[in-house]
Design a protein around this ligand. Structure first.
Ligand code: 13P
Length: 255
């Protein structure tokens, strides 16, 4: 049975004190929960990953980073290597977030190298895909997401693809308050799973968690998470307040 994952992507938010408070509140909020098949992942900015990992040792959540370098450790000023993230206890790395693709010109080629670096260093990539509004308006979303998967992920062999989590984040729904409807999201998640099945087989596709991201909040989380191919969420704004994030965690049924 595939894992359910609720991951909080804090993006570039929170001072040290605020980060400490938020990690503390989330950790304590889930401390007494028995998770069977559900994992909570916090992805704070790099600066706070070690602090989050220290908490994670004592509480039932994991830590992810929002990005990693495509290079191994070396002379790359300002970068963070997967090996370094792993060495402080990080388990996940978001890769190919639309903000990285748009603002930092991350191409499919760069992203596939980041996926490789993550896997070589025992980090689970949370590989993001999703279309812009003009693409959706032109009804080309399946073509575009299909290409993102083919270019960024489908070069992996069967063994490695099972170590990946996919996140579908329609760009028009990120930070806009506009969410994909549960049916729009389910339709795309089913498409992604079918693409995975076509390439790697039904058994493999059935095991890969596919998360939804884009204006998930306590009021809409349940309706999204009950869709058969939605295995959790990648939460931006809704992960910045502990009460909201805890409610979103609660909305994902753990079976
Ligand atoms: P919001 O939840 O703020 O829309 O952001 C989604 C996202 O980009 C998570 O990675």
């Amino acid at each position: 049975m595939r894992k359910k994952i609720i991951a909080g992507n804090w993006k570039m938010n929170k001072t040290f004190e605020e980060a400490n408070g938020l990690i503390n509140e989330v950790a304590k909020g889930i401390a007494n929960k028995e998770f069977f098949n559900k994992e909570v992942v916090l992805c704070p900015p790099f600066l706070y990953t070690e602090m989050a990992a220290d908490f994670a040792d004592d509480y039932n959540f994991s830590v992810g980073v929002q990005d990693i370098s495509q290079y191994p450790m070396g002379a790359y000023t300002g970068e963070i290597a997967a090996e370094m993230a792993r060495s402080v206890g990080v388990q996940y790395s978001i890769i190919g977030h639309s903000e990285r693709r748009s603002y930092f010109n991350e191409t499919d080629d760069i992203l596939s190298r980041k996926v490789d670096m993550a896997l070589e260093n025992e980090l689970t990539p949370i590989f993001c895909c999703g279309e812009h509004l003009d693409v959706r308006k032109a009804d080309k979303q399946f073509k575009v997401v299909g290409e993102q998967l083919t270019e960024g992920l489908f070069y992996l062999d069967k063994k490695d693809i099972t170590r990946v989590v996919v996140a579908y984040e329609p760009v028009w729904a990120i930070g806009t308050g506009e969410t994909a409807s549960p049916l729009q999201a389910q339709e795309m998640h089913e498409f992604i799973r079918n693409q995975l099945a076509g390439k790697y087989g039904e058994d493999v596709a059935a095991e890969i968690p596919i998360l939804y991201g884009g204006s998930v909040k306590p009021s809409n989380a349940h309706d999204l998470f009950i869709q058969p191919d939605i295995d959790g969420g990648l939460i931006g704004g809704g992960s910045l307040k502990s009460q909201d994030f805890l409610q979103i965690i609660e909305a994902m049924k753990d079976e």
